[in-house]
Design a protein. Structure first.
Length: 93
């Protein structure tokens, strides 16, 4: 889409409807997902970690996730999740 992530819309399709999901693989692969919750876009299936403070979309997660793709803080409330900040991308390989 080319727009800055606002924590409310899907960066893949622009969707606004999400539902809570469990993803065992992502929970095992990414420690910050293991301790958090995921929402999935009803439009395209993209998954997002939920902010532990305000409940907005914190950052998108996917199997080929690289460290540079991960938001370091919530775009809505500014919360910085220590589990996300500690993840460097190497632990997912």
């Amino acid at each position: 889409m080319g727009e800055e992530f606002d924590g409310k819309h899907c960066v893949q399709c622009g969707g606004e409807t999400f539902r809570l999901v469990n993803d065992d693989w992502m929970s095992r692969t990414f420690r910050f997902v293991e301790k958090g919750q995921l929402k999935m876009c009803d439009g395209c299936g993209a998954k997002y970690l939920i902010c532990g403070q305000c409940g907005s979309l914190f950052t998108r997660v996917h199997p080929a996730l690289e460290a540079w793709e991960v938001n370091q803080k919530c775009s809505v409330c500014g919360y910085e999740d220590p589990e996300v900040k500690a993840w460097d991308g190497v632990s997912a390989r």
